[in-house]
Write a protein that binds this ligand. Structure first.
Ligand SMILES: [Fe+2]
Length: 374
């Protein structure tokens, strides 16, 4: 099996520019791979593509099997397979099979199939199983093929740029949440770790519960926003070393409403508002502010509630020392059906060792796997 495709664009180091004041992202090489068992055709195609699209690297393979090995090598060397142009009729692995296998490892890669007029079944397979971008009948017009490859490479570049932008927004989001949670007066470098841990815990629970990857991703991005409303609670109360008075506790409770109000003018989906407004609700109905119970509480809030409590108990607070992981796990499992949704607790139990690793500092590795699903 080939290595899962990493989002290597954004993981690459930054380079300082000449002034040292700015940074420039080092872009990986983008590759077009041509595959045909007839070496003369493949080589001439490679030459033409190199001449026509000089900003791309062009490689050739003479069978599906060697093409897959070459794609893995390109990826291993830090390149990005952007377009795969393959003949359908080859001994061994057929073109549509190659496209299907290649897309498993490189889901963003564009596929172009070169076919005869009678290869309609192969085209159907390639469209349905490998998201085929274009099929071109043989013998092809040079201009048609060049246009198809050029267009595929442009789309690939555009999607990669969007991915970089999206990641930057997420990074800014994390920084913003950390800043709001801890405010400059008591800035603590651990605040980023807290944000990341809650993101990981929530996303891991979501994945274990069988949510779609888009939902898992949303949990990763937005669960750390749950306490954004604490920016509206006075420092003296939040940082008070002893127990809060009943009046002070009532003030703290308002953070769920303040957080929701803060996002009123922003076009965020209900998923986000729900996890802010309802993350202190309890399964047994004894939480705040709405006093909702059971499945009336939105799932995103039920998940965030456990993720938040887990990290809070594992972290030293003004009024309490950090607890050992096993004690915290016992407490969470004991609160199944009371404070927490039994299904969410079950997901926690099933992933208990992963949670322990995140709590012990393996956050970065988990963050990567939750942000960039295989
Ligand atoms: Fe909270």
């Amino acid at each position: 099996m080939y290595p899962a495709r990493g989002l290597s664009i954004v993981r690459r180091p930054f380079l300082a520019d000449a002034s040292g004041m700015h940074t420039i992202r080092r872009m990986p090489d983008r590759y077009v791979l041509c595959v045909d068992d007839e070496a003369i055709i493949t080589e001439s195609l490679k030459r033409e593509l190199r001449a026509e699209l000089p900003h791309l690297k062009v490689e050739a393979a003479y069978s599906g099997e060697t093409a897959l090995k070459l794609l893995a090598e390109i990826d291993g060397d830090g390149g990005e397979p952007a377009v795969l142009v393959t003949d359908e009729r080859m001994p061994g692995m057929k073109g549509h099979m190659l496209l299907r296998e290649a897309r498993k490892a490189f889901p963003r890669m564009y596929g172009i199939l070169l076919t005869g007029y009678s290869d309609i079944d192969a085209i159907a397979h390639a469209v349905n199983e490998a998201g085929l971008f274009r099929y071109i009948h043989k013998p092809w017009e040079r201009r048609d093929l060049m246009m198809a490859v050029r267009r595929a490479a442009e789309l690939y570049d555009r999607e990669a740029e969007l991915e970089i932008l999206r990641r930057r927004v997420e990074e800014l989001n994390e920084a913003l949440i950390a800043a709001l949670e801890h405010r400059p007066r008591d800035w603590d470098p651990d605040s980023f770790c807290h944000v990341q841990r809650v993101a990981c815990y929530a996303a891991l629970l979501g994945r274990r519960l069988g949510l779609a990857e888009t939902e898992v991703r949303k949990l990763y991005t937005y669960a750390p926003l749950h306490d954004i409303g604490k920016s509206g609670i006075p420092h003296e109360i939040l940082d008070k070393p002893g127990r809060l008075t009943p009046e002070e506790y009532e003030v703290v409770k308002r953070h769920v409403e303040i957080g929701t109000d803060l996002l009123k003018s922003v076009d965020v989906e209900d998923f986000v508002k729900d996890l802010i407004l309802y993350h202190h609700e309890r399964w047994d109905g004894k939480g705040y502010l709405a006093g909702m119970a059971g499945e009336h509480i939105p799932l995103s809030a039920r998940i965030t509630a456990l993720a938040d409590c887990l990290d809070a108990m594992l972290t030293k607070r003004p009024y309490m020392e950090a607890l050992p992981f096993d004690d915290v796990a016992r407490e969470i499992e004991g609160d199944s059906g009371k404070r927490f949704d039994p299904a969410v607790v079950e997901a926690f139990r099933a992933e208990r060792e992963s949670f322990r690793e995140i709590a012990e500092g393996e956050t970065a590795r988990y963050c990567r796997s939750l942000r960039d699903p295989p």
